[in-house]
Design a protein around this ligand. Structure first.
Ligand code: HEM
Length: 417
């Protein structure tokens, strides 16, 4: 039926997707001059689409569902099996409100305070070390504060390995082979660790403070009044800890932005909270992290002269929408001032998904992400001086998730007075 929309001629695009990464969808949309096309990925038909209008359709719960959308290999590495990401309808909203209750402004502020303290506490160690890799330091710091905030006990000596495990689950999503399997092993190990903690809280051996993420997950009631089973409670607690560690990626890109865009760095030096906020938003728009999201058509409909048949997998291009010239003036330029009047439509600026997070699958952690990025930026700008030695700061759009190759090495770190 879909003879009106372009079909990619390849038998299967899975390899092209891995090769072209963040640009896979954009490359084909440019080639065909459309904002959607049909392709085959992992042996099935997929409709790929991009842009604000596509996002609006994608986040309509009447038209799309998540059940059956994420491949098992993604659930077993990134998400956790049958977790919030794969739920629909009333049950999803009920679970989602649990997450939203943990991400309110007071929670954001507490995390930001913990972050500032941790960043500052690391100065002594960094001065002595001579040189550090920001990405590695950030993962460890974020792991410590995520656990502290959530009420999860973490020994000082285990922080580094736990941080690596949390990030390995994220790193696995765009990989086949060893990087993917490393993420799956990290998940198995982390789930085991967190299941034991949940059990200890339920049996009273470990105290979980009222209002903490640990307490909330351990005692959350489903719509039928029952508690989550231990495994699911662990998976959902990991669904708040892991992404906090992943903010290390945006922090590393923030540092890169300070180097690549010196005029914006100068603006921050004398800037107020609003300047830091706009800088963080522009980092989230400009630099690549989450490439796209997937859902399945819930019932037949036609949009943009394309028949969406029930059950078809559809991918929405997040990175491409954040660089869409129909939405963004000169999208290839880094310009924090474009957020002078706020972030605009819920379907245009979508680095962490689109729509209303309380009603659909948009990430509930954007507030936390921005606050953590601001805390790191304020630290880098106001609390220390450092050199950026010769290194490979380039990042590949063909690797998902990507990062500046060197992880951002800083040397000759001095405390500012
Ligand atoms: C969902 C990105 C940080 C918790 C998502 C989605 C994306 C995303 C793309 C899927 C949206 C969709 O399915 O439509 C990111 C990025 C982050 C980040 C790039 C930066 C590091 C966080 C943080 C938290 C968090 C800090 C919590 C503390 C979640 C949860 C979901 C989610 C629980 C599932 C929501 C649902 O399915 O309803 N995120 N996120 N994320 N994120 Fe984030």
């Amino acid at each position: 039926i879909n003879d009106q929309i372009p079909h990619d001629k390849s038998l299967d695009n899975s390899l092209a997707l891995l090769r072209e990464g963040y640009l896979f969808i954009q490359n084909r949309l440019r080639r065909y001059g459309t904002d959607l096309f049909e392709a085959r990925l992992l042996g099935q038909k997929v409709i790929c689409m991009s842009g604000e209008e596509a996002a609006r359709v994608f986040y309509d719960p009447e038209r799309f569902q998540r059940h059956g959308a994420a491949p098992k290999r993604i659930q077993k590495s990134l998400f956790g099996v049958n977790a919030v990401q794969s739920m629909d309808g009333e049950a999803h909203i009920h679970r989602k409100l649990l997450f939203m209750s943990l991400m309110t402004p007071p929670h954001q502020e507490r995390l930001a305070r913990l972050a500032s303290a941790q960043w500052q506490a690391s100065i002594g160690k960094w001065e002595a070390a001579g040189q550090v890799v920001l990405f590695d330091e950030a993962k460890e710091i974020l792991c410590r504060i995520a656990c502290q905030w959530a009420g999860v006990p973490l020994q000082e000596e285990e922080a580094k390995q736990r941080a690596e495990d949390f990030y390995a689950m994220v790193d696995a999503f765009g990989a086949i082979g060893p990087r993917h399997w490393k993420g799956r092993r990290a998940r198995t190990k982390t789930e085991e660790w967190i299941r034991e903690i949940i059990d200890n809280v339920r049996s009273g051996r470990l105290k979980a403070e009222e209002g903490s993420a640990l307490n909330a997950m351990a005692f959350h009631q489903e719509l039928d009044g029952r508690q989550l089973d231990t495994q699911m409670a662990a998976v959902e607690l990991i669904n708040v800890l892991r992404p906090i560690v992943a903010i290390a990626t945006f922090i590393t890109f923030s540092a890169l932005a300070l180097i690549e865009h010196p005029e914006s760095r100068l603006q921050l030096k004398s800037g107020d909270d609003g300047d830091f906020e706009r800088f963080a938003q522009e980092v989230r728009r400009f630099y690549p992290f989450a490439p796209f999201v997937g859902a399945r058509v819930r019932q037949d409909f036609i949009w943009n002269r394309c028949a969406f048949e029930k059950g078809t997998l559809v991918m929405l291009d997040l990175y491409g929408t954040n660089h869409d010239p129909r939405i963004w003036d000169k999208p290839e330029q880094f310009r924090p001032d474009r957020f002078q009047n706020g972030i605009g439509s819920l379907f245009a600026f979508i680095p962490q998904g689109g729509g209303d997070p309380a009603k659909g699958h948009r990430c509930p952690g954007e507030g936390i992400t921005v606050e953590m990025m601001k805390a790191a930026l304020e630290f880098l700008i106001h609390k220390i001086d450092f050199d950026v030695p010769d290194q490979d700061l380039s990042y590949r759009l063909s690797k998902m998730p990507t990062l500046p190759e060197s992880g951002f090495v800083m040397s000759n770190i001095r405390r500012r007075n």
